[in-house]
Design a protein around this ligand. Structure first.
Ligand code: SLB
Length: 316
């Protein structure tokens, strides 16, 4: 069974939907955060028509930020998104659960639309510990909508049934950011999580939406936020055209992006930032914070050309 085309309408009003753009950090030649360029990047992202922006996902290198950097970035994101009247989410994710809880306490003051969190990560938490952790986040900020970020590289992966149990116990859990799956995964998702916002990877959004997903914290928006927004509109109005674009996106990733993993031994954050640098919509290079490796600068011009050849309509 396919999902109702109107499945977005079945979400509660405050649940996230659509294409959200990742805040990414501009890094200077010495390896420090370039705050001016980062500010400019966030402002440009806000002007692209995305449904919202979020900071401190993987692409934002949350795992490498110090606490003062985290606070400064939250301040910046809240100010710029506020000025643009755009919803924003902040990730409080941290492998140390007590530090994550402290981040949650501090960001509540900025009134984000929701907060994203990963599970405690050094020692994989048991079911009971997961429940205590998420319950504790809810106690810390009872009115804050929570979004679980449980990617495929998380040390503890929850099943859809596990997420449903968590949601039953913690009603402020409104959504999750998940790797998605095949048709049977989506069938399980529709059964287990009705009215719950499920976001899937950017390059699978057309097939994901057709099967009941509600949006994406999107890698396609790293490459070209306006293009990702146009595509999202198409996904809801012209499924055949949207599927054709998805085929092109996946071919582009397979041919031009994923090979960087083996060639340079880089992380997903490095792939996202290489795409952003090639997209050229912001003063952003491919460099990551220490100690992570990046796609070398010399690759960006070739990648930029490949992107414009693959999606000429996005750079007109
Ligand atoms: C393929 C894709 O869209 N990847 C995106 C992922 C996934 O949305 C998430 O891991 C769920 O699979 O989130 C990010 O890492 C993040 O939040 O910074 C950005 C990245 O571009």
């Amino acid at each position: 069974m396919r999902a109702e085309p109107g499945h977005l309408a079945h979400l509660p009003a405050h649940a996230p939907r659509g294409v959200w753009g990742a805040v990414m950090l501009a890094i200077d030649n010495r390896g420090a955060i370039d705050w001016d360029a980062t500010e400019e990047t966030i402002a440009r992202l806000c002007a692209t028509g995305v449904d919202g922006i979020y900071s401190n996902g993987t692409a934002c290198e949350f795992h490498c930020q110090t606490e003062p950097e985290f606070d400064r970035l939250c301040d910046l994101v809240a100010a710029i998104a506020g000025r643009a009247r755009l919803p924003f989410q902040i990730g409080i994710s941290q492998s140390n659960p007590r530090v994550a809880r402290e981040r949650l306490m501090r960001v509540s003051a900025f009134r984000p639309a929701a907060v994203q969190f990963t599970l405690p990560d050094w020692w994989p938490p048991s079911d009971d510990e997961v429940m205590r952790f998420v319950g504790g986040l809810c106690e810390t900020a009872p009115d804050m909508p929570l979004v679980l970020y449980n990617p495929s590289h998380a040390k503890r992966r929850l099943t859809l049934e596990g997420i449903a149990r968590l949601r039953a116990a913690v009603p402020s859990l409104v959504g999750a950011k998940l790797p998605g799956g095949d048709a049977s995964w989506y069938a399980d998702m529709r059964r287990e999580l009705p009215g719950f916002s499920v976001f899937v990877p950017g390059h699978t959004l057309a097939t994901g939406f057709a099967q009941g997903a509600h949006g994406s914290y999107s890698n396609v928006a790293c490459l070209n936020p306006k293009g990702a927004v146009t595509w999202w509109h198409m996904i809801r109005t012209d499924a055949a055209a949207a599927a054709e674009i998805e085929t092109r996106i996946q071919a582009f990733l397979a041919t031009h992006i994923l090979p960087f993993r083996a060639r340079y031994d880089v992380s997903d954050a490095a792939l996202d930032k290489a795409m952003a640098a090639a997209g050229g919509w912001a003063p952003l290079g491919p460099r990551l914070l220490w100690p992570y490796r990046s796609v070398p600068n010399e690759e960006i011009a070739t990648l930029a050309k490949a992107a414009r050849t693959a999606f000429p309509e996005w750079w007109q």
